[in-house]
Write a protein that binds this ligand. Structure first.
Ligand SMILES: NC(=O)c1ccc[n+]([C@@H]2O[C@H](COP(=O)([O-])OP(=O)(O)OC[C@H]3O[C@@H](n4cnc5c(N)ncnc54)[C@H](O)[C@@H]3O)[C@@H](O)[C@H]2O)c1
Length: 317
């Protein structure tokens, strides 16, 4: 199959490119390197089944070879206020990638009669009043709040995708991705675990915003990639909206302690001000639907995943 991966030079996208190349597909990676990196796909470029197109997806994609499936992963994804690659720092780019970008890729998928997958997010649930969140929960978001550039544009991206499967005949689906971790998360991205590992291996204090009691469920990248490919290619997935993420909930303090243990670090764990105003206190997916229609659940333990991540980051900081 010939598969287009928008955002293929990013964290999740580059792992997806790698997995689908291993499965003998031809991959067209489309990316403008806004938050991704050529380094992520450097090894893949030697594979004759891989090609890279530098392109901003908010513009029409003129590509004349037949494509069978389109993954749309192209959007800034980091919520970290301190990162220059976060969606806070790239608000217009984020809003347009998930709205105009989604529309352009849907039109492209329609023209190619290709399957389509939109990478949405757990953030469409906002600060949830229901726990865990199942796909029918409509969320508690703010149209104008600090996270709205991301949340609301993802919600509209879902609306566009659903319109195209309902009225335009596109074989589309939506993955609501929960926090994912693993090698190739950018250092500059400064998501929680990258931050902790960096601080632990450099002997700096491991800093926690707030009291550390807020929880996160983290899914290892290999599990996520498996979930995304099943959602795209398994039968009877058209028009499905599916949560993909880990149900293993841990407090931020527990993550910090585990990183400290795995890296045998002498760093102190410290608590600082600076918890963002809309930071969700708890978020955990209900993955019953993924289990039922994709026979999917995360398999890689947190300890195993963090160990792999530490190995990568020790060589890549
Ligand atoms: N990583 C997570 O935990 C997580 C959680 C929920 C949802 N998601 C979603 O998954 C997708 C991938 O996330 P990620 O963590 O790999 O992020 P990432 O920033 O590593 O990757 C996104 C990629 O998209 C590219 N991109 C951004 N805007 C573009 C544009 N207009 N045109 C072309 N390319 C563009 C970037 O350069 C980058 O390579 C995103 O849509 C994100 O919202 C990720």
């Amino acid at each position: 199959m010939k598969i287009l991966i928008a955002g293929g030079a990013g964290f999740i996208g580059s792992h997806l490119c790698e997995k689908l190349l291993k499965d003998d597909h031809q991959i067209v990676c489309v990316d403008n390197l806004l938050t991704g990196s050529e380094k992520n796909i450097a090894d893949l470029k030697t594979n004759s089944n891989f090609s890279f197109i530098s392109h901003n997806i908010i513009k029409p994609l003129n590509f004349d070879q037949k494509i069978d499936a389109v993954f749309h992963l192209a959007s800034p994804a980091s919520p970290n206020h301190h990162s220059k690659l976060s969606y806070h720092a790239l608000p217009i780019e984020t809003m347009l990638a998930n709205t105009s970008g989604t529309l352009e890729l849907l039109k492209f998928a329609k023209k190619n009669q290709a399957k389509f997958l939109f990478a949405s997010t757990s953030e469409v649930y906002g600060d949830p009043e229901k726990h865990p969140q199942s796909e029918d929960y409509r969320g508690n978001t703010s149209t104008t709040g600090p996270r709205s550039v991301y949340d609301e544009s993802k919600r509209f991206g879902e609306t566009l995708t659903a319109y195209f499967w309902r009225k335009e005949g596109v074989d589309g689906r939506v993955a609501r991705i929960f926090n994912t971790y693993g090698p190739r998360m950018l250092k500059d991205d400064m998501r929680m675990l990258v931050n902790f590992i960096h601080q632990a291996v450099t002997g700096k204090p491991i800093t926690i915003y707030g009291n550390g009691k807020q929880t996160r469920s983290l899914c290892y990248i290999d599990d996520m990639v498996k979930g995304l490919t099943r959602l795209m290619f398994y039968p009877k997935t058209k028009a499905k909206i599916v949560n993909l993420g880990s149900t293993q909930e841990h407090t931020v303090l527990e993550y910090a302690q585990l990183v400290k243990k795995i890296t045998s670090s002498t760093s102190k764990i410290v608590f600082t001000e600076g918890l963002p105003p809309d930071d969700p206190k708890r978020r955990q997916p209900d993955i019953s639907k993924a289990k039922k229609i994709l026979n999917w659940r995360p398999k890689i333990s947190l300890e195993e995943g963090i160990k792999k991540m530490v190995i990568y980051f020790k060589n890549n900081f």
